[in-house]
Design a protein around this ligand. Structure first.
Ligand SMILES: NC(=O)c1ccc[n+]([C@@H]2O[C@H](COP(=O)([O-])OP(=O)(O)OC[C@H]3O[C@@H](n4cnc5c(N)ncnc54)[C@H](O)[C@@H]3O)[C@@H](O)[C@H]2O)c1
Ligand SMILES: [Zn+2]
Ligand SMILES: [Zn+2]
Length: 333
């Protein structure tokens, strides 16, 4: 079968490899779609994602497909089921796993990061991370359940309630997911800040965003109960804290560079009693994400800007394909 193998930093090779066989607790998935995100860009460039990827490795931690075989102990899915896979595999034995914070696991492994993922025609995963999807959810949409789950995890770390006014900073795929998620979680007003006027207008029209700000020219009032930063730059992190009113919560979702810092007025952290919250990956969020897609509360297909082939993946990662908002790879039918 065909596999796009990362063989070194910024090096891919299309290889003909043997289809993997399942262990007793594993599922073999024929990949339908694999999503590409900033983590893949980092791994391609030799930087760590949620964990280190050591070549040769097949990336593709966001994926969907059809179950092709199951190990003898597997009972949660059967051959032919349409599924999506949570890439993150927790050890269950470390301090964090044993205190209900598995995302902070000291021994995290992940499909498409530390073991082969969806950028090949078939891959295996432990049955415990394989989730069936309902007929109403397309395989293309199902390939985005992993990033949706990261956003759902972020939202669950906040105390959300209908009276709140929220601001999302960042007009990428994740920011646009957060707009819809905050609405689905009942927040009555969601505003949106970015740098691409078309995306700001699109979110106003399609998702009912109230106010939009282009951060290159508009100032943002200090008026928000909830601010989600989904860019990862020092200036947007500063803007996120500055946009708060008293009692506000800030979700620092964007990923900065490892040594990045930003400044904030610490007197205001005291005087406004701010909560500043990080978010790492996506524990216990797949069921909610699938339900949000199935109920139509989340529309992801209109946010997918590119559908590409395995042969085009490298050009997406190295930037030759421009204006990518969200790309999914169609691996097989
Ligand atoms: N915490 C997690 O578990 C987790 C999971 C997934 C993604 N992320 C992070 O979330 C962030 C967003 O992800 P994405 O996939 O949407 O990334 P992306 O690169 O596709 O989007 C970033 C967006 O930010 C916008 N932007 C750039 N400068 C801006 C500015 N000054 N003001 C406002 N908007 C600006 C860009 O127009 C772009 O649309 C990234 O940093 C990503 O690494 C975190
Ligand atoms: Zn991802
Ligand atoms: Zn652990």
């Amino acid at each position: 079968m065909k596999a796009l193998v990362l063989t070194g930093t910024k090096q891919f090779e299309m290889q003909d490899v043997t289809t993997p066989t399942v262990k007793d607790d594993e599922v073999l998935v024929n990949t339908a779609y694999a999503g590409i995100c900033g983590t893949d860009r980092a791994l391609y460039a030799g930087l760590p994602g949620s964990a280190d990827a050591v070549p040769p490795i097949v990336l593709g931690h966001e994926n969907s497909g059809i179950v092709a075989a199951i190990g003898r102990n597997v009972t949660n899915v059967k051959v032919g089921d349409r599924v999506t896979v949570d890439p993150n595999i927790y050890c269950g034995e470390c301090e964090y796993c044993r205190t209900d914070r598995p995302e902070l696991c000291d021994n995290l492994s992940a499909v498409g990061v530390t073991r082969d993922g969806g950028l090949e025609e078939s891959f295996t995963a432990p049955a415990s991370v394989v989730y069936p999807i309902p007929d109403s959810v397309s395989l293309k949409a199902a390939a985005t359940v992993e990033p949706i789950s990261c956003a759902v995890h972020g939202v669950k770390l906040l105390d959300l309630t209908p009276y709140q006014k929220a601001l999302v900073i960042g007009d990428g795929f994740m920011g646009q997911l957060f707009v819809q998620l905050l609405q689905a979680y009942g927040v009555h007003q969601v505003d949106f800040a970015g740098i691409v006027d078309e995306k700001l207008a699109f979110n106003k029209e399609k998702f009912g965003v109230t106010n939009t700000y282009n951060t290159t020219r508009d100032s943002i009032p200090a008026d928000y109960d909830v601010v989600i930063e989904a860019v990862g730059l020092p200036q947007t992190q500063e803007q996120a804290v500055e946009a708060t009113k008293k009692g506000a919560q800030v979700l620092m979702f964007g990923v900065g560079k490892p040594n990045q810092t930003f400044s904030m007025n610490t007197y205001e952290v005291y005087q406004k009693q701010l909560k500043i919250q990080g978010a790492f990956i996506n524990p216990y969020a797949f069921e909610d994400s699938i339900a949000l897609l199935a109920s139509g509360q989340l529309d992801v297909e209109s946010l997918i800007s590119h559908e590409v082939s395995l042969e085009q993946v490298e050009d997406v990662l190295n930037g030759k394909v421009e204006h990518v908002s969200k790309a999914v790879v169609k691996v097989s039918d």
